[in-house]
Design a protein around this ligand. Structure first.
Ligand code: SAM
Length: 275
C-alpha cells in the first residue's frame, strides 16, 4: 500500500472542512443506530468520528498510516452517546479497497471523497458479496466540483470557489497537476452515479447539503497542503517557496484576506433493488 498523502495528513485533519452535522445525521438515519459501518478511505476520520456517536460501531480503514494516526489522535476524546462501558466506537485499521475480505463483518459502507481512488466496479461487486441484505453503500463528497466525478440529475452550477483561479495558476507554475486525483473518473469517464447505476447497488437516493464557510489565507494555504498533488512530499524542498507564492498571489487577488465558500455536499445512498 503506497502513501498517497505524504505529509498532508495533519493539514487534512486541520483544514479540510467536514461534511456538517446535517449530512452526518442523514447518513446515520439511513444506516440505523444499531449498525456496524465500514468507512473505507476514512482519512483522519472526517466521517468515522462524528458517525461513531450515532451508530453501534465504525470500522475506519485507510491505506495511509499518517491519516490513521491523525484519526486516532482526533478520536481520543469521543465517547459513545450512552456512556456505558463497551468497545471503542471507532476501530482504526490499515487496509484498502483490495483488502475488504480481511475485515470483520460490517452492515453498511461509507466512502467520503475516496471512491475515485478505487477500481469502483470491482469494489461494488465485492461489496455485493460481503454486505448483508439491506446493506447500503453511501458516498459523500462535494457536489458539483469539476475535478470530482460527482453528478446530479438536474442541471447545477459548478461549485467553483473564488480562490480557485489563483490556486490553479500558482500550482501550474510549480508543475503540480491539480486534476491528478480523479484517476478512475478520468480513466473511464464515468460519474459515480453511472458506476453505481450499472452495479447491484443501483437504487439511488441523493441529497445535497449546503453550507457557507469563511476562509482566511492561512486556512487556504493549509487546505492546499492537504491535497495529495500538492502535499509537502510532492513539493519537497519547494514547500516554502510554494507557500510564499500562494500567499502573495491570494492576497494580491483579494487584499481583504477573506474568502467565502458555498459548500455543497452530496450524500448519495445506494442500495440493491428488491432487497
Ligand atoms: C480525500 S481523502 C478522504 C478522507 C475522508 N474519507 C474524508 O471524507 O475526508 C481520500 C482517502 O482515501 C484513501 N485511499 C486512497 N486509495 C484508497 C483505496 N484504494 N482504498 C481505500 N482508501 C483509499 C487515502 O489514503 C485518503 O485517506
Amino acid at each position: 500500500m503506497k502513501e498517497l498523502f505524504g505529509g498532508a495528513a495533519p493539514y487534512y485533519a486541520r483544514h479540510r472542512p467536514g461534511y456538517g452535522e446535517a449530512a452526518i445525521e442523514h447518513l446515520a438515519g439511513a444506516f440505523g443506530a444499531d449498525s456496524r459501518v465500514l468507512d473505507l478511505g476514512c482519512g483522519p476520520g472526517t466521517i468515522a468520528i462524528p458517525l461513531a456517536r450515532r451508530v453501534r460501531a465504525v470500522l475506519a480503514v485507510d491505506p495511509a498510516e499518517e491519516m490513521l494516526a491523525e484519526g486516532r489522535r482526533l478520536a481520543a476524546g469521543v465517547q459513545p452517546v450512552d456512556l456505558a462501558p463497551r468497545e471503542p466506537a471507532v476501530t482504526w485499521l490499515r487496509g484498502d479497497s483490495t483488502t475488504l475480505r480481511t475485515l470483520p463483518p460490517f452492515d453498511h459502507v461509507v466512502m467520503g471523497r475516496s471512491f475515485h481512488w478505487m477500481d469502483r466496479a470491482a469494489v461494488l461487486a465485492e461489496l455485493d458479496e460481503l454486505l448483508p441484505p439491506g446493506g447500503a453503500v453511501a458516498l459523500l463528497g462535494p457536489a458539483g466540483q469539476p475535478s470530482e466525478p460527482w453528478e446530479q440529475g438536474e442541471p447545477w452550477e459548478p461549485d467553483v470557489q473564488p480562490w480557485q483561479p489563483v490556486e490553479r495558476r500558482v500550482c501550474a507554475h510549480f508543475g503540480l497537476d491539480i486534476d491528478a486525483a480523479a484517476l478512475s473518473f478520468r480513466a473511464t469517464g464515468e460519474s459515480h452515479h453511472a458506476v453505481l447505476a450499472a452495479s447491484p447497488f443501483r437504487r439511488l437516493e441523493s441529497r445535497t447539503f449546503r453550507r457557507r464557510l469563511i476562509w482566511d489565507v492561512d486556512g487556504l494555504i493549509g487546505l492546499q497542503l492537504s491535497y495529495s498533488y500538492s502535499s509537502p512530499a510532492a513539493l519537497g524542498d519547494r514547500l516554502h517557496a510554494f507557500v510564499d507564492a500562494l500567499r502573495e498571489a491570494l492576497l494580491t487577488d483579494n487584499p481583504t484576506g477573506q474568502w467565502e465558500q458555498n459548500l455543497a455536499t452530496e450524500v448519495l445512498i445506494a442500495r440493491r433493488t428488491g432487497r
